[in-house]
Design a binder for this molecule. Sequence first.
Ligand SMILES: O=C(O)CCC(=O)C(=O)O
Length: 286
Amino acid sequence: MRTRKLSPALGIELTGIDVARCSDDQFTALRQQWNDAGGLAVIRNQQLTPQSQTDFSRRFGPLFGEDDQFQDTVLPYLMPGYPTIYRVSNKKSSDGNALGRARAGSYWHSDVSFRERPAMASLLYAIEIPGVGGDTQFASQTAAYNALSPAMQKMLAPLNTVHDFRVAASTSGSYSAADINTSDFDGTNSCLHPLVITHPETGQPALFINPGFTSHIDGFEAAESTALLNFLYAHTQQPEFIYRHVWRPGDLVIWDNRSTMHLAIQDYNEDRYLHRSTVIADRPSR
Ligand SMILES: O=C(O)CCC(=O)C(=O)O
């Protein structure tokens, strides 16, 4: 396995490994590289079926679609016969039905953060990519946290925030009213998390907030909450904390939702088609 650092804040490129056939030792080395690189690995030249992607993803932990379900709104985009494979795409079948979720993640977020057990790893496998455009940006919530002053870190330490699927569903522009299944607003997709969490594998602190799903800071007045969250979002979105991924077909990108957030750039009209599998995390803690 060969490695190349992708940016100072986060990201490692891995080549010379076939994840569908990797040994336990290779998997342990891959996982270590992923953790050391701040929770972002780009693995080139993979050939994954829905089944082999599912099997590989399960090596990280339990999966959405098997051990817990996604929110109802995304169920139509799961691959028939493979409930662990979430199709991210702007393509339509010949009868005009969507083949995947278009405009998925076109706002900064970390996956499924509105659940008590949110997403740990997300594994996105590129099958069809526009000639230009359709990149994805990843921001390191660890590097952003580390760059805050000790006084700010101390103020944030005891705070909790509410995460709610309704925030992205109603404000991001990514979902049309027709897309949304309002059963998702029954309370299942809303919960409280610490604003700063400790990564269970690396022991590193990270911000655990995102504009897509974080509704407010618990106990703050609305204006106070908005001002502080907006400061932290602008801080994290500074270029030195970001890696921008230019996709190639065959890329498998694995990100850690406990230490990063991401945004899919909607700047293309050509066909784009990817398969995502999503590992369930333990409940985040300080
Ligand atoms: O399409 C992408 O590049 C990312 C989609 C996304 O944000 C997600 O799957 O959570």
